[in-house]
Design a protein. Sequence first.
Length: 99
Amino acid sequence: MAVVFATKVVDIPRGKGRKDVRSFVTFNSNVKDAVVTLNGFKLDFVDADHRISVCEVVVEKSSVAGTTVNFNVRCTYADENYNDSYNGSVAVTIIADVV
């Protein structure tokens, strides 16, 4: 049993509303189990300043297949009326138990 770490920055595309972005990390050995953690994030409105109503970022493991850990990033960044575009990035750390 060995524990290894990997980090990845996931780009959040420009747009409005809730975003669900799928991503993955591949390790050099088969993965028995893994945990995906939020390392940091930057979300920003594309246009002028706004009063922020919601700022949500969630990362979660979706599956482990051989050497690959698949995960999802879900985020929402909105003002009071949810009608403005935003973009950004989310940094994750994956902690894997490999064989």
